[in-house]
Design a protein around this ligand. Structure first.
Ligand SMILES: *Cc1c(COP(=O)(O)O)cnc(C)c1O
Length: 399
C-alpha cells in the first residue's frame, strides 16, 4: 500500500492500522522487537549500514521497528511527516527545545505551563545563555509585545494546567513567524483527537503519551511531531542518537495499543466531563466551574473552534469553603481517586495548590488563577452518573 493511500484514511482507521508492518510470522497484533542491537550478514553489510546508504536498523538508541510503527501511526494522525518517540513527555519537551537552542537565542513562553516544563524554560535554559520571557498566553497584546523583537522559539500549552486557559494557536503562530520564531505546542491536554496544532500554524507538537495516549496509567512515554525537515535532520535526530532519551520498545507497543482506542476513549472522556461539569455548575458549595465546553468559560468560543467542538477531558472547579472544604471533599470520595495523574480510564482528582503547584509562591499561584479551594478533576470512563453521585455525596460531606 502506498503512503498516499494511508494518508487518505480517516482518523479511526489510521489509529488502528497506521504504520502496521508484519514480520515473517504474519502476526495480527504488532510484534514487540525487544532488542537493543541488530546483526549483519557480513562485514561489508555492516560497513554499508554505518555509511547510512541503506535504511537499516543499527542500534535501538537510534531506531527500532516497534517504535517505528508507533511513530508512523502518530504522525499519520497529525497529518505530519515526522514523529520521534521519547522515554517520557519531559524527554520530548527537553529534546525539542535543547536540541535546537543555543546561547543568545530568545524563547517566549506562556506562563501557565506544566510544572516541569516551567522548570526547563525558567531554570535550565537561562543557564545555557538562552533568554526566556513569559507572557499571559491568553492575552494577544502580551504576545505581540514580547514578539516585537527577534525570537527563536515560542512555547505554549493549551488548554493549560490546571485552569484550562485556551490559547489562540493560529494567532500566536502568525505573530511568532513574523518574529522569526518556530512554534512549539504542548498538546497533552487536548490530544491529537481534539486539536491539531500543525494545521493551525504550529511547527512542532509535543506529547506526554503517558496521559491519554496510554490512557490506562501503565507507562511513561513522549513524542515530538513535526513537518520541519531541517529540525529533524540537523537537530533532533543527532540529539536523540547521542543523548539517549529513547523510548523502550515495550513502551512503544503498549502505546500503540493505546492509539488504537484513543479516539473512542477521548470522545467518551469528553462526554462524561461535559455531563459532570454541567452538574457541578448547579452544586451548592461550588463557586466556579472552569470547563472549556461550558459557555461560562472565558475562552469557550475559541475552545470550540480550535478543539473540534469539544470541551476537554478535565475540569477545574472552586470550592467556596477553600482548602478545608477541598480536602474534606477529596477525602470523602469513594470512586474518584486522589492522584496528580490525568487522562486515565479511572477518574482522578487533585488539589493543585498543595500538589502539582506546591512549589509556586502565593503570588505565582494567583497570577495563574490557582486558588486554595480549587480542585482539578480528570474525568475517566466510569458511568458519568456514578461520578456525579460520588461528587454529590462528597460535596455534602464537605459542607
Ligand atoms: C504530564 C505532562 C507532561 C510531562 O510528561 P511525562 O510523560 O510525565 O514526562 C508535559 N506536559 C503536560 C501538559 C503534561 O500533562
Amino acid at each position: 500500500m502506498s503512503t498516499k493511500d494511508k494518508k487518505s484514511w480517516r482518523t479511526a482507521t489510521q489509529l488502528v492500522r497506521g504504520g502496521t508492518s508484519r514480520s515473517a510470522f504474519d502476526e495480527t497484533s504488532e510484534a514487540i522487537f525487544l532488542t537493543s542491537g541488530y546483526v549483519y550478514p557480513s562485514a561489508e553489510d555492516a560497513e554499508v549500514a554505518f555509511k547510512g546508504d541503506k535504511q537499516r536498523y543499527i542500534y535501538s538508541r537510534y531506531a527500532n521497528p516497534t517504535l517505528a510503527v508507533f511513530e508512523e501511526r502518530l504522525a499519520l494522525l497529525e497529518g505530519a511527516k515526522h514523529c520521534v518517540a521519547t522515554a517520557s513527555g519531559m524527554a520530548a519537551v527537553f529534546a525539542a527545545l535543547a536540541s535546537q537552542l543555543k546561547a543568545g537565542d530568545r524563547v517566549v513562553a506562556s506562563r501557565a505551563l506544566f510544572g516541569s516544563c516551567l522548570y526547563i524554560v525558567q531554570d535550565q535554559l537561562p543557564k545555557f545563555g538562552v533568554e526566556t520571557v513569559f507572557v499571559d498566553g491568553t492575552n494577544l497584546k502580551d504576545w505581540e509585545q514580547a514578539l516585537s523583537q527577534p525570537t527563536t522559539l515560542v512555547f505554549m500549552e493549551t488548554p493549560s494546567n490546571p485552569c484550562l486557559d485556551v490559547i489562540d494557536i493560529a494567532a500566536v503562530s502568525e505573530l511568532a513567524h513574523a518574529a522569526g520564531a518556530k512554534v512549539v505546542v504542548d498538546n497533552v491536554f487536548a490530544t491529537p483527537i481534539l486539536q491539531r496544532p500543525i494545521d493551525l500554524g504550529a511547527d512542532i507538537v509535543i506529547y506526554s503519551a503517558t496521559k491519554h495516549i496510554d490512557g490506562q496509567g501503565r507507562t511513561l512515554g513522549g513524542a515530538i511531531v513535526t513537518n520541519d525537515d531541517e529540525f529533524i535532520a540537523d537537530h533532533l535526530t543527532p540529539w536523540m542518537r547521542h543523548t539517549g532519551p529513547a523510548m523502550s520498545p515495550f513502551t512503544a507497543w503498549v502505546l500503540l495499543k493505546g492509539l488504537e482506542t484513543l479516539s473512542v476513549r477521548v470522545r467518551q472522556h469528553c462526554e462524561n466531563a461535559h455531563r459532570v461539569a454541567t452538574h457541578l455548575d448547579t452544586c451548592p458549595g461550588v463557586s466556579t466551574v472552569l470547563y472549556p465546553g461550558l459557555p461560562s468559560h472565558p475562552h469557550h468560543k475559541l475552545a470550540m473552534s480550535q478543539m473540534d467542538n469539544s470541551g476537554s477531558t478535565l475540569i477545574a472547579f472552586d470550592l467556596a469553603g477553600g482548602k478545608e472544604a477541598a480536602f474534606k471533599m477529596l477525602n470523602a470520595l469513594n470512586i474518584i481517586d486522589i492522584s496528580n495523574n490525568l487522562g486515565d480510564a479511572k477518574s482522578l482528582i487533585t488539589h493543585p495548590s498543595t500538589t502539582t503547584h506546591q512549589r509556586l509562591s502565593y503570588e505565582e499561584k494567583s497570577a495563574l488563577g490557582i486558588t486554595e479551594g480549587m480542585v482539578r478533576l480528570s474525568v475517566g470512563l466510569e458511568d458519568a452518573e456514578d461520578l456525579i453521585d460520588d461528587l454529590d455525596q462528597a460535596l455534602t460531606a464537605a459542607r
